[in-house]
Design a protein around this ligand. Structure first.
Ligand code: NAP
Length: 299
């Protein structure tokens, strides 16, 4: 249980509502900022205004998946007001306070170094990335269906990278009856692909593998679907780039050549906010419990 622990939520989307509900279930004291326009008002929480005093009183601060930008602006889609953590307010956060976010940008990391509080990046964890790969793969398939006039069944799909996201996606496409090719660079990934019944090729040989492809799904966060690759694609091919911004595709050239290329960030939060929220909620609450257990042991 989280009895006696004060958790301050600053902004966030529908996923954060799941985290709030889980914290309430576990009996935490929950204070929220940025949820004043929620359709179904939250019960059992206190709606607050952001201030240094609120930050100083927090045992745990939970920021949205993308944290805050370089000016301290926190996304708060359920609020009429812009939510900004002023630079000097970070000094109010106690060193013992745990600050959760999905992935911390450089400004938040810098604030944590300057003021000594601990940031925990939830999306950095393997288990979370693997759970999140499920809604990501479903969303990628949804986009593929929306943007082609053929079935996934019988189509030729390339998945670039079979890390946590690519592996689930390749398996999902295979389950729908696609011919799946995967671009990898490690021998163990070649072996895994063969075992899974996918056709592996080395990413350096991508150009030689695209002439008859219907769909390319990229999960490699570096420029890989270059102009040279795009020039070899059928004009009907569709590229769905899942890698973090700016993606791994030459979008300018794709547009020039008339090949549909889509950068698709943040899919779990778009297609399955409830599931994505539950994944975050379970992870964050377990992490808080573990941290407090550890602190109890150390005392
Ligand atoms: P991951 O587990 O680290 O997988 C990345 C894959 O890319 C690995 O197979 C890696 O191979 C390969 N790779 C990296 N650099 C490469 C290079 N230069 N050449 C060839 N292969 C390379 O990461 P992930 O969790 O699957 O996430 C992949 C990307 O998708 C990230 O950018 C992540 O932010 C993004 N993502 C987006 C969404 C969305 O909603 N759009 C959702 C989840 C994740 P090695 O193992 O050989 O390094």
């Amino acid at each position: 249980m989280l009895t006696g622990i004060t958790i301050v939520f600053l902004g966030g989307d529908a996923r954060q509502v799941e985290v709030i509900n889980k914290c309430l279930e576990l009996d935490a004291t929950v204070r929220v900022v940025g949820f004043d326009r929620l359709e179904t008002p939250l019960k059992g929480v206190s709606q607050e205004t952001l201030s240094p005093g609120l930050l100083a009183g927090a045992d745990v601060i939970i920021l949205p998946v993308i944290g805050c930008d370089d000016h301290g602006v926190v996304p708060a889609p359920f609020s009429a007001e812009q939510l900004v953590i002023k630079h000097e307010w970070f000094a109010a956060i106690r060193k013992s306070t745990l600050v959760y976010t999905g992935i911390a940008k450089s400004f938040l990391k810098q604030m944590s170094t300057e003021h000594g509080f601990q940031i925990i990046e939830v999306l950095d964890r393997d288990d979370v990335a693997i759970y999140n790969s499920i809604p990501t793969a479903e969303g990628a398939v949804m986009m593929a269906i929306q943007n082609t006039d053929i079935t996934i069944h019988g189509s030729t799909c390339i998945v670039l990278g079979i890390g946590r996201t690519g592996f689930t996606l390749a398996a999902t496409l295979q389950g729908l009856g696609a011919n799946v090719r995967v671009g990898v660079r490690r021998e163990d990934d070649v072996a895994r692909a063969v075992q899974m019944g996918w056709k592996p090729f080395a990413t350096r040989d991508l150009a030689a593998n695209v002439a008859d492809v219907d769909l390319i799904f990229n999960t490699i966060p570096t420029m890989i679907v270059t102009a040279q690759i795009i020039s070899k694609l059928p004009r009907t091919a569709v590229i769905i780039d899942l890698a973090s911004a700016p993606g791994g595709t030459d979008f300018r050239f794709a547009e020039k050549r008339g090949v549909k290329a889509i950068l698709a960030p943040g899919i779990p939060g778009i297609v399955a906010p409830k599931t994505a929220g539950i994944i975050m909620a379970n992870t964050i609450c377990q992490s808080i419990l573990d941290e407090y257990l550890l602190r109890g042991d150390e005392q």
